[in-house]
Design a protein around this ligand. Structure first.
Ligand code: ADP
Length: 430
């Protein structure tokens, strides 16, 4: 029989026994000295019954509350068991980063037992942290403690035995009713193996792209020679076929170049060579390159440059890559006969702002957060231009970061997009 039922039966029996005892004592008095009147007995009866009902109701409520508390306790135990045994490392710290709780996952990842870390500062060198730069930790604390924001990042950490590992960490501040930080919850996942596999894949892409570049260049030369009539004059069909070979090969070269850039960026082997550059001159060469696309789409390019533009410290090839990607996109995703604006102006004495605006298809709200992701293409863009690879904006974003600049955009579906790049005139030494 459940515990709750047992208690109810016990209380009811005890109460009933008590009332029977009370009642019989009155009967006894009536039988012995006749001093008790009938109305007294009735009142006593009513009071006893009312009391009995009240006690019954109270006991029922008490049992209900007791049942709920027991259920909550069971839920809490289940929840604790789940957190304790989760495969990711879960830790709770106070607002100064002192460890209050860690689960078993932490021991699996770092090698430290919970009792070795409780009461110590999370992320310290004598535990599994302390390998990142001072600025990095400052940024982290500003985000979670001052701005009270979630912070997700990859950490290079070390295990108890000194072995290095990479963890994907997400730290969330937990606030009290007054909005003040009460404590922090951190979830760490060991991504060392995934990172290694990723590296091998990137190295493979890099190698394959290098190997592909040579035959593609050879195809390009020979197609050019055929088109130039070096092997004799061509019939119309022969010329059309050779032109098709040339165009497809150009698309392939673009893709291979993008893959090479992506692998270099991912491997960290793409070095920024900042040399004093006249951007007006560089832009002229670049526009020459994309003129055929503009003609094909009948798009008009409006150029607005501050005069004179400063000489800026720039990696000319990388600058070419970013502007070419933005202009090509603006043209590709514009309507035929549309208009694209390229604006370059000084922002004080420290930065140059580059703006590429179009009145094309825009980026749907649901896709805006993903357009800097590798290989991502929005559905509306796929319909307009089936031949994209979704690598351009990833490359631009990574290069701009390496050039110590900022990259952002404004867009509205079916209205248009404006992409902005702010670049420093002088690169700071790292
Ligand atoms: P690709 O253009 O080859 O698809 P990108 O990396 O350059 O790849 O762009 C990623 C996606 O961002 C595009 O597929 C498109 O959905 C969106 N996008 C980029 N530029 C524009 C633009 N100017 N107008 C509308 N959508 C754009």
């Amino acid at each position: 029989m459940p515990f709750r039922k047992k208690i109810i039966i016990f209380v009811v029996l005890a109460l009933a026994g008590f009332l029977i005892l009370l009642y019989s004592s009155f009967i006894f008095r009536i039988e012995t000295d006749q001093t008790l009147y009938q109305y007294e007995i009735n009142i006593l009866l009513y009071v006893s019954i009312s009391l009995f009902i009240v006690v019954l109701v109270l006991v029922g409520r008490l049992m209900k509350a007791f049942g709920k508390a027991r259920q909550s306790l069971q839920d809490l135990q289940k929840f604790k068991l789940a957190v304790d045994n989760a495969s990711d490392c879960i830790s709770i710290t106070d607002k100064d980063g002192i460890i209050l709780y860690v689960n078993h996952g932490m021991e699996k990842i770092t090698g430290f037992k919970p009792e070795e870390v409780l009461g110590k500062k999370i992320g310290s060198k004598d535990l599994w942290g302390g390998n990142m730069s001072l600025e990095f930790y400052q940024k982290l604390w500003t985000a979670v403690k001052t701005k009270k924001q979630k912070f997700s990042v990859e950490f290079n950490n070390h295990r108890k035995n000194g072995e290095e590992f990479v963890a994907a960490v997400s730290i969330s501040p937990i606030l009290d009713e007054a909005g003040e930080v009460k404590f922090f919850v951190s979830i760490d996942r060991d991504i060392t193996v995934a990172k290694r596999i990723d590296l091998v894949k990137t190295e493979f892409v890099s190698l394959a792209s290098h190997q592909l570049r040579t035959p593609l260049t050879s195809v390009k030369w020979h197609a050019e020679m055929l088109l130039a009539g070096d092997a004799g004059s061509l019939s119309k069909d022969q010329r059309d076929f050779a032109q098709e070979i040339y165009n497809s090969n150009e698309r392939m070269i673009d893709l291979v170049d993008s893959l090479l850039d992506v692998s270099r960026l991912d491997l960290g082997t793409l070095k920024v060579k900042g040399l004093p550059t006249n951007i007006s001159e560089s832009i002229k060469d670049l526009i020459k390159d994309i003129r055929p696309l503009m003609t094909k789409k009948k798009v008009k390019l409006i150029e607005k440059y501050d005069q004179p533009l400063p000489i800026i410290e720039l990696d000319k090839r990388l600058f070419f890559v970013i502007i070419q990607n933005l202009l090509t996109n603006a043209i590709k995703y514009s309507k035929t006969g549309g208009e694209v604006v390229l604006e370059i102006k000084c922002e004080g004495t420290a930065n140059v702002l580059i703006k590429v605006a179009d009145k094309g298809c825009g980026i749907p709200i649901k896709d805006q957060a993903r357009v800097f992701d590798k290989l991502f293409r929005a559905d509306n863009a796929r319909k307009i231009e089936p031949d994209g690879n979704g690598l351009g904006l990833y490359i631009v974003n990574s290069i701009v970061k390496q050039c110590q600049g900022k990259f952002w955009f404004e867009t509205k579906e079916n209205v248009g997009s404006t992409f902005y790049i702010s670049l420093p005139i002088k690169l700071s030494k790292k």
